[in-house]
Design a protein around this ligand. Structure first.
Ligand code: PGA
Length: 257
């Protein structure tokens, strides 16, 4: 982490905790927040729990995000949820282009670009996900793949005030195999460079999160890297003890630097 950027610890609940259990976890995150001052906390519940969670977290400073959105503001798109609806539900952030959306739901760079713009138009702040597959990493194509994903949406990111980027190697998501701190930092450093090539201010202010089997036991080492500004956490965000331990690692690092 770098002292000029406030750490962001974000929990992506994925398709879990859509009802009362989500509200209960939100209550625990509410109690966690005062213990980690100087760290931004964010939770991304399923759509069905956003309104209740946002109500519970109102005034606590903990951000609520959706995990996806449709790029149109309204219309005949059965089953979809728009950015204005997310705002009405109490969300202020949205995750865009998660690898599970790209892998299982055919989301393309062009679609991700449209969604970032739709989020921005509704004043939702996007967390834009990028990351390479195992085959791409093994073929030595990590920077080429991540660079292309970022380039496709860089205009939209620049236009979205305060957007965060999440580097999530696909092979590390939900597998228990995290990128080593050095390998992750190499990609984060490249992302910082691509942002800087666009604008120094963008590079200085954009938080670049690491995601992929981020856990209490590897959080301190990953968060110690100077271009890793926080985490996007799946599995470990469902348990308040592990989410709290990761947030505490960010807090300890920020306090000591
Ligand atoms: P994981 O998921 O922490 O369970 O690996 C991270 C993510 O997909 O955002």
């Amino acid at each position: 982490m770098n002292p000029s950027r406030k750490p962001l610890i974000a929990g992506n609940w994925k398709m879990n905790l859509g009802g009362l259990a989500g509200l209960e976890l939100a209550m625990r995150v509410k109690s966690l927040a005062p213990q980690v001052p100087g760290v931004d906390l964010l939770v991304a519940p399923p759509f069905t729990a956003i309104a209740a969670v946002a109500h519970e977290l109102d005034g606590t400073g903990v951000f609520v995000a959706a995990q996806n959105l449709h790029q149109q503001p309204s219309g005949a798109f059965t089953g979809e949820i728009s950015a204005p609806m997310l705002v009405e539900s109490g969300a202020t952030w949205v995750i865009v282009g998660h690898s599970e959306r790209r892998q299982f739901f055919g989301e393309t760079d062009a679609g991700v670009d449209a969604k970032i713009r739709a989020a921005t138009a509704a004043s939702l702040t996007p967390i834009v996900c990028v990351g390479e597959s195992l085959a791409e990493r093994e073929a030595g194509r990590t920077l080429e793949v991540v660079g292309a994903q970022l380039a496709a949406v860089l205009d939209a990111i620049e236009g979205a005030d305060g957007a965060a980027v999440a580097y999530e190697p696909v092979w590390a998501i939900g597998t228990g195999k995290n990128a080593s701190p050095g390998d992750a930092e190499a990609v984060h450093c490249a992302i910082r460079g691509w942002l800087a090539a666009r604008s120094e201010a963008l590079a200085r202010t954009t938080r670049v999160l690491y995601g992929g089997s981020l856990k209490p036991d590897n959080a301190a080492a990953l968060l110690a890297q100077s271009n890793i500004d926080g985490g996007l956490i799946g599995g470990a965000s469902l348990d308040i003890a592990s989410f709290g331990a990761i947030a505490s690692a960010a807090f300890a690092h920020a306090r000591n630097n």
